[in-house]
Design a protein around this ligand. Structure first.
Ligand code: G6P
Length: 424
């Protein structure tokens, strides 16, 4: 389902030399015996996910689709990046179907928040506030404003029907508010961290509201689980990718640029950056995750990749079959001199751009490239791909003895901010 190809990465080490370590780390993930073992609920989630809640999500999403024009997802980090990545990748950036999905609760920008509040005026709104801890400041700040807006617009009773909370099953301020106000609530399991939560209610409710088939998404997750259960590096592309990253870092590459050739996968890169950055970047270790969308960014970052300091490698996601295609038309006058492409599919043009770039970056620029090929941008492929990256980051972090499931460093800015804000 995913084809992984490391033959353009100038790897000098032998994969077999890593097999023993991989077996050990695989056992740690599967037996919950490694670092951060309280947070490996995602490993078995493809089989153990709460079917009753899943059915409730589908029902609720159908109601929301009928009863709103704008659906506001209020969350930050793992509480919105996955949903955004999925919705944009699968539906594209300009979907014709309603409701419009708006992301808020992910910034302190007064301008952004004020503009969203103005934009939703006069439109039927539903809010999904999402926070695992239930205390995240960006989200709580936006939610207070949204809650007051909803109550003023719809009255308290109707507002309570139009606000849905996704949070911890027992603790946190958001849970308390939801219980008191009688909001419909969905659960983030205790043993699944935010950045692994897109396949729980956190991602599934917004994704279903966007009209995407979440059954199909889960079959993708399950297919990946089945395909990636064998730790053998000759059969497990996620682990092979995890090991290739370690080899590349050993060879001095401290930056990984995730590249796609689809603009609608730009947010997928944002999701991946949180997953990889927060999981691996600690104790002075890790590879800096960066992302780009080509050919767009070849006209900006391309220069650095080609000729700049040799710090990076690229991981390129190629999509075999586009969601849509067009045939390039001919033009009698050919003033733009583009007739050489007449009759060609645009996706073929995109693929040729990818091929030419691979050659330029690898052969001329000596930039290692890892290639990941996915069949399409369907819900199934999305589900497969996220689980592929979950397994890969678990493995690659354990290989350098890092706990992939905490993020202690994120607290430092919060402490300083609270002091400056005068929080008691
Ligand atoms: O879901 P929440 O508890 O609101 O957390 C939202 C995000 O904020 C935190 O600061 C963490 O670094 C992220 O891992 C998390 O996804």
């Amino acid at each position: 389902m995913i084809r992984f190809d490391e033959t353009h990465a100038f790897l000098k080490e032998d994969f077999d030399a890593y097999q023993e370590a991989v077996n050990r780390c695989h056992a740690m993930l599967m037996n919950k015996s490694g670092k951060g073992n309280d947070y490996v609920g995602w490993v078995e989630w493809p089989n153990t996910y709460d079917k009753e809640e899943f059915a409730r999500i589908k029902k609720r999403a159908a109601w929301i689709r009928e009863n709103c024009d704008v659906f506001l997802v209020c969350g930050i980090g793992g509480s919105y990046l996955g949903a955004r990545a999925a919705i944009e990748m699968i539906n594209g950036l300009y979907p014709s179907q309603k409701p419009e999905i708006i992301f808020i609760g992910n910034t302190f920008s007064s301008t952004y928040i004020a503009q969203v509040l103005r934009y939703i005026e006069g439109k039927r709104a539903v809010v999904n506030v999402i926070s695992k801890s239930g205390t995240t400041t960006e989200t709580a700040l936006a939610f207070r404003l949204l809650k007051q807006y909803m109550e003023k617009t719809y009255g308290k009773e109707e507002a309570a029907k139009r606000i849905v909370a996704t949070t911890d099953h027992a603790k946190g301020t958001l849970k308390q508010i939801a219980d008191r106000e009688g909001y419909d609530t969905y659960t983030i399991p205790d043993d699944i961290g935010g950045r692994f939560s897109v396949m729980t209610a956190v991602g599934l409710l917004p994704i279903a509201v966007a009209g995407i088939d979440i059954d199909e998404l889960m079959t993708g997750v399950q297919a990946a689980y089945a395909d990636l259960s064998d730790p053998d590096l000759h059969h497990n592309p996620a682990y092979r990718y995890a090991v290739a990253r370690r080899m590349l870092q050993n060879a001095g590459k401290d930056v990984e640029m995730l590249v796609t050739y689809e603009l609608q996968m730009t947010s997928f890169g944002e999701w991946w950056k949180q997953l990889f950055g927060e999981s691996e970047g600690k104790e002075g270790k890790g590879i800096l995750p960066h992302s780009a969308t080509f050919s767009t960014d070849l006209h900006s970052l391309g220069q650095f990749v080609q000729e700049g300091k040799k710090v990076l490698f690229e991981t390129v996601i190629n999509v075999s079959k586009p969601s849509e295609d067009l045939i390039f038309p001919s033009d009698e006058e050919n003033m733009d001199q583009m007739n050489y492409l007449s009759g060609k599919n645009l996706h073929w043009v995109n693929q040729m751009a990818a091929k030419g770039t691979l050659e330029a970056h690898v052969e001329t620029g000596k930039v290692p490239n890892l290639l990941i090929e996915i069949p399409d941008m369907s819900a199934h492929s999305f589900g497969y791909l996220i689980y592929f990256f979950f397994r890969a980051i678990g493995m690659t972090s354990y290989l350098i003895d890092v706990n992939p499931f905490n993020q202690p460093g994120v607290e430092v800015y919060k402490k300083n901010m609270f002091r400056l804000l005068g929080k008691q």
